[in-house]
Design a protein around this ligand. Structure first.
Ligand code: DAH
Length: 327
């Protein structure tokens, strides 16, 4: 009996070591310890043994069974973790590998900003960026918009304190430039601006503008017209012309809204005018000696017109299907 058990146990241990899958191991376990298993048969055979041999034999068989159960459990655990590891290795995603999207590209707005800056710098303008976080003075007061002025309402922005805000227009760049430099002055000032508008097809709470300012002796409205005519030809086609419509801005007098003609008709492209004498005076420039023109365009607006983007929110959504078209 003892002999039989040892042979069975040793043989079984060897077979356990050879099992490569949990399934094979389960089948082996059934063959030895299952209802009709080999060791179970020995256990069943105990009842036919003589009374004096049965207790010892029973002990041996039970010990062998327990030992084999432990072997099976250990082998099962080892196989399970090996199988899990193999599965994880097979399913592993290597996040360091390029997904096939290729190299990114500049945003259409960045590309347009560069094109427009290149256009103006080629004509002698200097790019002067100015802060996005501004004081009430630069955003309103110095631009001839005092505290109770109705023009503040259409440019409602985000206030950080009573006097500090996110600028609502790049016209602040005019004031900063006049503070730092003396005429003759020829600058553009591009960058983001903010307004507390709910996003819709024509509004986003942040967008980009580009301001222009020219100050010298004898600057006239015809200089503004000439500059913008060239701009229209460059960006809306060789046959494009500009049209001035009377308008109102606190910092220019007279003020105009400017349309450019394109194949399909007139499109409003920016606001402009002759720098208001008050603005010059507040910046310490004598309006009897110097005059100037200013203009401010929406960079998003121009970009969207040129690329026929119909919803102002789209360029902010980072949809690769949109962005890839400009790469
Ligand atoms: N700052 C104006 C706006 O945000 C745009 C503007 C109009 C700028 C006329 C100018 C200008 O420099 O002369 O609506």
């Amino acid at each position: 009996m003892q002999e039989k058990i040892r042979t069975l146990t040793d043989g079984c241990k060897k077979l356990i070591g050879g099992c490569e899958t949990a399934r094979a191991l389960g089948e082996l376990r059934a063959r030895i310890l299952g209802k009709n298993g080999e060791l179970t048969a020995l256990l069943k055979g105990l009842k036919d043994m003589p009374d004096d041999e049965r207790p010892t034999a029973g002990k041996i068989v039970n010990e062998a069974r327990e030992a084999l159960e432990r072997e099976f459990a250990a082998a099962a655990a080892a196989l399970e973790s090996a199988e899990l590891k193999a599965k994880l290795d097979a399913e592993k995603i290597d996040i360091t590998i390029d997904s096939g999207g290729g190299v990114g590209s500049l945003h259409p707005l960045t590309l347009m900003r560069r094109r427009i800056c290149d256009f103006f710098t080629a004509q002698g303008f200097t790019v002067c960026e100015s802060p996005e976080i501004e004081t009430d003075y630069y955003n309103f007061e110095a631009l001839n918009v005092p505290a109770d002025h109705p023009a503040r309402e259409v440019q409602d922005t985000f206030f950080i304190t009573d006097k500090i805000l996110l600028r609502s227009q790049t016209s602040t760049g005019q004031i900063r430039a006049m503070e730092k430099m003396r005429p003759p002055l020829k600058i553009i000032s591009p960058g983001p601006v903010y307004r507390s508008d709910d996003p819709d097809a024509t509004h986003t709470p942040m967008f980009h503008q580009l301001e222009g300012l020219v100050i010298d002796k004898g600057i006239a409205m015809s200089d503004l017209k000439g500059t913008l005519d060239l701009f229209a030809k460059e960006f809306f086609g060789e046959n494009s012309r500009t049209r001035f419509r009377p308008s109102y801005f606190p910092f220019t007098e007279p003020s105009v809204e400017v349309d450019a003609s394109s194949g399909s008709g007139w499109i409003e492209i920016l606001g402009a005018g002759m720098v208001n004498r008050n603005v010059l005076r507040m910046s310490g420039i004598d309006p009897d000696v110097y005059s100037g023109f200013a203009f401010g365009m929406g960079l998003n607006r121009i970009t969207n017109i040129i690329h026929a983007v119909r919803d102002a929110r789209i360029p902010f959504e980072n949809d690769a299907r949109f962005l890839r078209q400009f790469g």
